[in-house]
Write a protein that binds this ligand. Sequence first.
Ligand SMILES: [Zn+2]
Length: 280
Amino acid sequence: MPLLIDSHCHLHLPPYREDRDAVLDRMRRDDVWAVTVGTSVRLSEEAVAFADKTEGVWATVAYHPEHLTSSYHDEDEGEAGEYSIDEIARVARSSGKIVAIGETGLDFFRFDEGLDPDVAKDRQIHAFRDHISLARELDLPLVIHCRDAMTEVIDILREESKMGGVRGVMHFFTGTWDEAQALLDLGFHLGFTGAITFPIKKTQDSATHIHRVVERMPLDRLLIETDAPWLAPQAHRGDRNEPTYVRFVAEKVAELRGMAFDEVARQTTDNAIRLFGLTT
Ligand SMILES: [Zn+2]
């Protein structure tokens, strides 16, 4: 069992092309494992190929909701290509290192100009349900991405849960205590990124800040993640992120909960191993 597990990163992406071995060396040095998350058919294939040849790295497979309705793409990711649940299903069956279906979910933040928002939402909801069915069929957990659509995501998960076989993690959780509660009631885990290490802004209400969820939620449902290469923690803000920086997230969780770092490390590692069925 490693010291820490970065439960959500994108280590197969081009920002690591030049020095991926050095990043992996630092992971070995710090005793960190990682789950590298697919976001399109091509990138899921790349995530799986990378996990297949790398000890301590696992992969997930999905088509990211944002790519369904927005031609905007991060230059680190490149073109998403066509969506096909059959292609996602094919990749999802291609390796024993695949530990989840994700990231899938809903992203209502922005749609392409000229795209009817109702049509856009329907398209994403349809694909989300496709991914949930696939996860159920393969008995895998879900890695869920949600932006500006928490009510809709929770409603869909509630409905789909009635059929059973729905479990997973809400990645990069930034919701309210009530939303956290609803997801925990559904058996879901909540993932926290380096964003919890950022100083609280003057405009933010401390009483409803995400830190309150980190403090109060059951520790056995809490996952830590980096979402690397994006979102480096405060200590490295603005730099390229990497899995070893997940320790800053664990340190912040320990500080907020008044616990020892080792205890947070042990429990969150245990949570990730259990949810994703990682084998040591
Ligand atoms: Zn991500």
